[in-house]
Design a protein around this ligand. Structure first.
Ligand code: URA
Length: 240
């Protein structure tokens, strides 16, 4: 026997707190009857539905997080730094899809769906990721072209990238550049700019395929809609 909210949270459908809200709102049915009592106990054989969706143990979770600075994208860290999953209120074991550096902020997906994670992170997936980079100095037109066409990092040329210079600040001698890449190599953006003589001072991922950070402040997250998950699956098959 376990508490109804725990059963819902353990399925990965939502957090325990959210499950409690749903129960109070009368959105949860046990064996076809609405239950609004928080302490209600259920057995394995009981059928639980939320908004008429059957809750099963293998429910997949998909989270879009606005990652803050100072967090590692691994599920444990030998240096005892803050780990990304500690920002998410769930009992389910989830992991990040790819990585953002400790000091990089912005959009990152977390899931327990290994199949989708593999598809999205596969080198052939060609999913567009857009970053806003604050770099040292002024990016010259020839450097911009070089980066667009690809530079050799770690012995391999980067695929074509899109770049746009947003601004240049004379006082601090820094530029803001928007860069879109389709790969996910280690420290890729930093290494690309380094290659043409500019240091990345700040880096934020603002877009991943069609997903944006709209409505999410730093540390905030939301679950993906079923439509978004389906779109991610289909993206990796056709449109890039
Ligand atoms: N490129 C980088 O250099 N760092 C990141 O975190 C992401 C892309």
């Amino acid at each position: 026997m376990e508490r109804l909210q725990k059963r819902i949270a353990n399925s990965g459908y939502c957090s325990r707190r959210k499950a409690e809200e749903l129960i109070k709102k009368g959105k949860v049915k046990v064996n076809g009857s609405v239950v609004t009592e928080l302490g209600f106990k259920v057995e394995n054989k009981d059928q639980v539905m939320v908004d008429d969706i059957l809750i099963e143990d293998n429910t997949k979770v998909y989270i879009l997080l606005n990652k803050p600075r100072g967090v590692v994208c691994t599920t444990d860290d030998d240096k005892n730094r803050k780990i990304i999953t500690s920002l998410i209120d769930t009992d389910i074991r989830i992991f990040p899809v790819g990585r953002l550096d400790y000091d990089t902020t912005g959009l990152i997906l977390l899931t327990n769906d290994g199949e989708l994670a593999n598809i999205l992170t596969h080198p052939s997936s060609d999913i567009e990721k857009t970053y806003v980079a604050k770099i040292s100095g002024k990016l010259l037109p020839n450097e911009l072209m070089t980066l667009k066409n690809g530079v050799v990092i770690d012995g391999k040329k980067t695929k074509r990238a899109k770049l746009k210079i947003k601004s240049y600040d004379k006082k601090t001698d820094t530029s803001i550049v928007i860069i879109t890449i389709t790969e996910g190599r280690n420290h890729q953006v930093k290494k690309m700019f380094e290659k043409v003589g500019h240091k990345v001072l700040k880096l934020k991922r603002e877009k991943y395929a069609f997903l944006t950070l709209d409505g999410l402040s730093s540390k905030e997250y939301r679950t993906l809609t079923i439509k978004e998950v389906k779109k991610l699956y289909s993206l990796s098959k056709k449109e890039k």
